[in-house]
Design a protein around this ligand. Structure first.
Ligand SMILES: Cc1cc2nc3c(=O)[nH]c(=O)nc-3n(C[C@H](O)[C@H](O)[C@H](O)COP(=O)(O)OP(=O)(O)OC[C@H]3O[C@@H](n4cnc5c(N)ncnc54)[C@H](O)[C@@H]3O)c2cc1C
Length: 479
């Protein structure tokens, strides 16, 4: 029998959040504000008591969308204290030459390199301080009975299983979500997981003596090599967390995880392909085998909710490949929207959850699809185009347009990263921007030769009607 409509007062509603990652922990902060009782079930041990396992320390570029959710939770300043600003990207060519591309139009626009583990720890502590929130570690959700809202939970520490019923269940259990899996098997949610034919491996560049940075500090470093690449993000302690993206199997004879079989081959690979950084990596031949190989997926699912009882948020609903640095930013923007919808829908300490979930799904799903598409396009861009002269000219042209038309023009990257313009609009604007820039770059060799009069006409005619002035960070509502 299907459960009745949930009409309980918020103060009497017991919600279970599955997964104490970035999304689940921050979600708990917002729900606790409405006086709800929140239990978070997390399959791992408490990372605040354990060291984060080597090779899984990932750094995130947290930008406007993520910062706004953190600001609303009162945590922005604390997180920014742990971050290193990144003003642009620095490309390292095979011959060791570097080319710098600033991220923003001026120094007010930059990325923030934050340790995912440290961010997660801060959010867990904030959740526990927010009110009636309990995090239960080593509790892996194995199954959900959607009709009775009952979870089957595996206690990983005591090696036993038990069942528990909740009023509401929120699945924030990441890209391999068990909640999503059950929703797609039992209910009619259409869910797909598309696995990229690339894996990633983490490496480290250690600080120099005295904690100094071995490479330029305030940038994201990229070593683009056609079908593979390394990126490096700065850490607060002077080190860099580097990620090698590589196909599992050779593509047109390229290096691949399948080919890099022993320390000698790996050593050669780093020495030849990344020679200017080879001496800085911490024992690349060893860490390559010590650290796990991560996989990357795009998850799509529709709808994100089951009736008025179960909702997916964050990677569980829409994991994306990491090449726009927006997965967590998008998940945090989900939470800003969710919080705004709560404020709108709460009446007399109750909520019409079904309407809220439907509206949330309607507002966020097209935007999640748009950033998934752009993230994949950025993968191709970073892999294939970043070092090409034509691409560099187009990027330089975008900068000239941003400087000359600050209220009318922003690149797609800037719209996604430094504004709250819906991802859907950013994607559509990107198509128009590419056409405008290609038209303006015909027959010129340098961005200084751009025809600015023609540029303004094209921007006014083609881009302005879509962007409606949304080219700077705005305090507009996300909904
Ligand atoms: C290499 C790489 C680089 C990235 N860079 C960026 C970046 O620069 N900027 C950015 O915004 N995003 C980035 N991302 C994406 C970002 O890491 C994710 O979007 C973000 O971590 C999603 O958070 P989440 O809480 O939804 O999921 P997760 O972080 O996956 O958290 C899920 C939680 O649920 C728990 N869990 C899972 N299953 C169960 C279960 N059955 N029962 C109980 N608990 C469970 C897990 O242990 C985990 O704690 C990157 C990702 C990768 C892989």
């Amino acid at each position: 029998m299907s459960a009745d409509k949930l009409t309980k007062k918020l103060s009497e509603t017991h919600v279970c959040i599955v997964g104490a990652g970035l999304t689940g922990s921050l979600m708990a902060v917002f729900l606790a504000r409405h006086g709800m009782r929140v239990t978070i079930l997390e399959r791992r041990p408490d990372m605040r008591a354990e060291s984060i396992s080597a090779g899984r320390s990932i750094n995130l570029n947290i930008t406007r969308r993520g910062l706004r959710a953190l600001e609303r939770a009162g945590l922005e300043a604390e997180i920014l204290k742990q971050s290193v600003p990144m003003m642009g990207r620095l490309m390292h060519s095979r011959s060791g030459e570097t080319t710098y591309q600033p991220y923003g139009r001026d120094e007010s626009e930059f990325g923030n390199s934050v340790s995912r583990g440290e961010l997660n720890k801060t959010l867990m502590t904030a959740a526990e301080k927010a009110g009636n929130v309990t995090i239960r570690f080593n509790q892996r959700v194995a199954h959900i009975n959607l009709e009775t809202n009952t979870l089957t939970i595996q206690n990983e520490a005591e090696k036993n299983r038990y069942e528990e019923k909740f009023d509401l269940i929120i699945g924030t259990d990441g890209s391999a979500s068990q909640i999503r899996h059950c929703m797609s098997e039992i209910a009619d949610a259409q869910c797909d997981t598309d696995t990229l034919n690339y894996g990633y491996k983490e490496l480290t560049i250690l600080p120099l003596e005295g904690g100094k940075f071995a490479l330029e500090k305030n940038v994201l470093h990229i070593w683009p090599r056609g079908l593979y690449m390394i990126i490096a993000l700065p850490n607060f302690d002077g080190s860099f967390t580097c990620t090698l993206f590589l196909p599992y199997e050779p593509i047109n004879g390229s290096p691949s995880f399948a080919k890099l079989k022993d320390e000698r081959v790996v050593g050669e690979f780093f020495k030849v392909d990344f020679f200017d950084a080879y001496g800085s990596f911490d024992r690349p031949e060893k860490t390559f085998f010590e650290n796990p190989t991560g996989s990357m997926v795009t998850v799509t699912c529709d709808p994100w909710h089951y009736k008025d009882r179960v909702l997916l948020v964050g990677d569980a609903a829409h994991a994306i490949v990491p090449f726009f640095g927006q997965g967590a930013n998008c998940a945090f923007e989900d939470l800003t929207v969710f919080e705004e919808l709560m404020n709108k829908h709460v009446k007399d300490d109750t909520v019409d959850w079904l309407n809220l979930f439907k509206e949330f799904n309607k507002l966020r799903k097209p935007n999640a699809d748009a950033i998934a598409q752009m993230a994949f396009e950025n993968f191709i861009e970073m892999r294939d185009k970043v070092g090409q002269p034509e691409f560099l000219l187009q990027k330089a042209a975008e900068k000239v347009l941003e400087k000359n038309f600050p209220d009318k023009f922003a690149s797609r990257y800037a719209l996604v990263t430094f504004t709250h313009t819906p991802y859907e609009v950013c994607r559509d604007a990107g198509v128009i921007i590419d056409k405008i820039v290609a038209e303006l770059c015909k027959n010129i060799k340098s961005a200084d030769e751009l025809d600015l009069k023609k540029a303004e006409q094209l921007i006014d005619a083609k881009l302005a009607p879509l962007l409606k002035g949304r080219v700077r960070d705005t305090a507009l509502s996300s909904t």
